[in-house]
Write a protein that binds this ligand. Structure first.
Ligand SMILES: [Zn+2]
Length: 218
């Protein structure tokens, strides 16, 4: 699933759950939910769905943080609970998506999300076949609608969320052509300039997902 889908899912849960917990709703908590939901996908350039995806670890830490918040009432602990809880929701729900590979619409691998406790990959359920699939956009749109229609998100935030949904839509339209588009854009750069730019090669490996090779000067 798209990082934005995860961000909106966490935000939707936050706007529904936080008012139930108490009087704690505010910009920082909503931002923590959204960014916490995006964060695990920062491992796209490392070993995707492994390096920063801890379905068990994040869930356990979020529960401990919430217990600590319940005992102390410290708002900083609630902020951490929301951020880690959002990352936990992301890591757990990735198992519903496709495999972590270059062309997940032509699946060859069974790598859904890595479980560091069991030391193995969970099989992808493929309800959402790949990040940027049409069904991924619909899920993203549904969660975004919950967040935007909630009175908890201020009007200024709703405008930003609207543009993020538009960005998700654009990504969905281009998803399968991203490689061709980046090659096309690269060809627009003059040859003299191109020799000064680093070459970046991203390779999928059998076991550990992705390696990145950056070289300067050709
Ligand atoms: Zn992910």
């Amino acid at each position: 699933m798209m990082a934005l889908t995860h961000g909106f899912a966490s935000l939707a849960v936050a706007v529904v759950v936080l008012p139930v917990i108490g009087d704690h709703v505010g910009g920082p908590l909503l931002l923590a939910a959204f960014l916490g939901g995006l964060a695990p996908d920062a491992d796209l350039l490392a070993s995707h769905r492994k390096t920063l995806h801890y379905p068990v670890g994040f869930s356990a830490v979020a529960l401990l943080l919430f217990a600590a918040f319940s005992l102390t009432g410290w708002s900083a602990l609630l902020l951490l609970t929301v951020a880690v809880g959002a990352a936990a929701l992301h890591a757990v729900s990735d198992v519903l998506g496709g495999s972590a590979e270059r062309e997940p619409w032509n699946p060859t691998m069974d790598t859904g999300v890595y479980n560091h406790v069991l030391g193995r990959w969970h099989r992808p359920r493929r309800y959402v076949r790949y990040s940027g699939a049409p069904e991924d956009f619909l899920v993203c749109l549904a969660f975004a609608t919950v967040a935007v229609s909630s009175a908890v998100t201020p009007a200024a935030a709703d405008v930003t969320l609207f543009w993020l949904v538009a960005l998700a839509g654009l990504y969905t339209l281009c998803r399968k052509r991203l490689a061709a588009i980046s090659t096309g854009l690269g060809n627009l750069v003059p040859t003299q300039v191109r020799t000064l730019l680093p070459t970046v090669r991203i390779e999928e490996t059998e076991t550990d997902g992705t390696t990145v090779d950056i070289r300067f000067g050709r």
